[in-house]
Design a protein around this ligand. Structure first.
Ligand code: CP
Length: 331
């Protein structure tokens, strides 16, 4: 039995096989390889794309989706081991995972970090405890990484710029009114490094470096794939000659759990917005974002409405890549 908790545990060839299969699904491959099966989708946080693409994907594979929102229509869950459960949670992940494993053929979970203590959140304990107690495959629908988004991103990169090897991938931080999860930024680093891209990570301040477990993993993957990772605060040179620009906002980890202090650090950097002038510095690059995106905050209307914006293609590819993933894990 195999889980999909992050892409570090999967080889590039295994991931490429999923991407190839996803293209076949997109091109109209038919069949219901999961007929009669069921997949539990647990959402501890809101979603539009993840929920819709998983529900539709499960349906198109012939299976049934059981969508649960613990704490809201389903009992709240305790994820810590050995605690006295005298708080709000009504049941433990041990029983939740055990019960759902008896009904369903896979369990997918979205559980954002709690934004209080990064030393705690960086251990990704919630999805790991689900994987520990489940006897069916577990799929990460976003915790401190977003591996399903990685598949959609790499499918989109390959669709639009061909082989990613040696291509320049700009991961640019952008301003946002509040500090956001680092998951998609971590994931963008992981997938671009796995596939041999030359990554320029553009940040406004050293405080926006990502957690060392992901920076180190990206370095290791670059070494294996022939890619490279450069961290820079220089906007013009970061965009210059780029092949693919990927935007995301995230909070500064040294200020994790202290949003008011982090806001002061972030405030001078609204000009990191992706705009037409910056995109003009690239080598006819494509632009994408995982969505949701606040227009004229993270990227201008001009960028979002340009032909080079492939964010909707990436969102569509969530459906096809997740179908490939579920067929592989369950089928
Ligand atoms: N990109 C993404 O995961 O979107 P949702 O948060 O809407 O699911």
């Amino acid at each position: 039995m195999r889980h999909f908790l992050n892409t570090i545990d999967w080889s590039r060839d295994e991931l490429q096989a999923l991407l190839d299969r996803a293209r076949l699904w997109r091109e109209g491959e038919s069949g219901r390889p999961l007929a009669g099966r069921s997949v539990a989708l647990l959402f501890l946080n809101p979603s539009l794309r993840t929920r819709a693409s998983f529900e539709v994907g499960v349906h198109e594979l012939g299976a049934h989706a059981v969508v649960l929102e613990p704490g809201k229509g389903a009992w709240g869950i305790e994820f810590e081991t050995g605690v006295v459960m005298d708080g709000d949670a009504e049941e433990h992940i041990a029983e939740v995972a055990g019960v759902l494993s008896r009904y369903c053929d896979a369990i997918a979970l979205r559980a954002f970090p709690l934004f209080k203590d990064w030393q705690e959140d960086r251990q990704d304990k919630v999805i790991r405890s689900l994987a520990q107690y489940a006897s069916v495959p577990v799929i990460n629908m976003e915790t401190i990484v977003h591996p399903c988004q990685e598949l959609a991103l790499m499918r989109t990169v390959q669709d639009h710029i061909g082989s990613p090897v040696g291509k320049t991938f700009v991961l640019t931080w952008t301003w946002h009114p509040r500090p956001l999860n680092t998951a998609v930024a971590n994931s963008a680093l992981l997938i671009a490094s796995k596939f041999g891209m030359n990554i320029r990570m553009l940040i406004p301040d050293e405080a926006y470096r990502l957690d060392e477990q992901f920076m180190d993993a990206a370095d290791r993957q670059c070494e294996a794939s022939g890619g490279s990772l450069e961290v820079t605060t220089a906007i013009e040179s970061a965009y210059s000659g780029a092949d693919f620009v990927y935007a995301k906002s995230w909070g500064a980890l040294p200020f994790y759990g202290r949003p008011d202090e982090e806001a002061k650090l972030r405030e001078p950097y609204r000009h990191f917005i992706v705009d037409e002038e910056k995109m003009a510095l690239t080598d006819n690059a494509r632009f994408s974002h995982c969505l949701p995106l606040r227009r004229n905050i993270k990227a201008t209307d001009g960028v979002m409405d340009a032909d080079y914006c492939v964010a909707l293609d990436e969102a569509e590819n969530r459906l096809h890549t997740q179908k490939a993933l579920m067929a592989e894990l369950i089928g």
